[in-house]
Design a protein around this ligand. Sequence first.
Ligand SMILES: *Cc1c(COP(=O)(O)O)cnc(C)c1O
Length: 380
Amino acid sequence: MNSKIWLSSPHMGGNELDFIHEAFETNWVAPLGPNVNGFEKDLETYLNEDVHVAALASGTAALHLALILAGVERDDDVLCQSMTFSASANPIVYQGANPVFIDSEQDTWNMCPDQLEMAIEAGIEKGKKPKAVIVVHLYGMPAKMDEIVAITNKHNVTLIEDAAEALGSSYKGKKCGTFGDYSILSFNGNKIITTSGGGALVCYSEEDKNKAIFLATQARDNAPHYQHSHIGYNYRMSNITAGIGRGQMMVLDKHKDLRRGMNSFYKDLFKDIEGISLLVEPNRDYYSNHWLSAILVDPEITGITREEIRLGLLEDNIESRPLWKPMHLQPVFAETSYFGTGVSEKLFDIGLCLPSGSNLTSEEKSRIKNSLHKVLEKAI
Ligand SMILES: *Cc1c(COP(=O)(O)O)cnc(C)c1O
């Protein structure tokens, strides 16, 4: 049996262990230290928009703190893109607030600005303006940020940008992760760079960053004993994992280019195949890191479903995965309200993510190509 080809697997650059050794040699084996500060500095330099970054234990923790800093409390409404990973929505529930899910649009698969505005207006009409909006850049593709920022500004609603999948992407030349009132990043094992597990909150003032770090380190008041006036969390990043992050930052742009190369590989592979369309940048305003390359399969034209393609690839030990199942279709959110016209349902029915890692070899690419050709030939 051939070795497994993964959707997206960790890809070390080579310098990560040096930073970890340094942490051991200096005994900074703790959730603070030079690697944590250094990794934050690296991210601030990379994003380059006068941002302030707090390194945290996960992207989910970063979203939770963003909601707290945005003042989200029990029974507030928070509007959230429906087509996303559950981690975008779960922290709304941690706060005792109510998620309201918003459908996607066709071009980027991200939050539909029309449905967003309808949901905000509906909230205002019933006397309950939503407290925050969570927009996501799925698979690295920037959402329609001009429209979304204009709507949240117009109605004065806090915008939280979930850029967990979009480090290295940009929209009109501005990096994803710098559009929200708060933005979050993730460094989980399958993301474009990884610290094995980790995340970051991007803030726009030193004061917000300090508040986030205060909450992330159990909210200790300034006193010699342990004194607390707030509920705190244990959400800080460790100095060991931050060392991995510092090494990964050295290869981020290189790995982004390799993922973009995977997208070109699929563009070429599917260019003459009717009924299969790849998620591509709608125009030059959009620049995607192409964290994952994903296709839509029209079974009426191809004679094959996305599930048959997935199983065909699996037979050759190649991993692929349906798109994120929209949150409003998840059993756990069955009672939650939703604004949409069925776009995300349709995408979920026919969409498939393909192996997209920056570490795929040319042999592995050949295997993917041959396997896809084999599956598609059977269909015709
Ligand atoms: C990975 C991911 C997160 C969560 O990040 P963790 O670091 O795994 O907690 C949040 N939102 C999206 C869209 C993600 O893909």
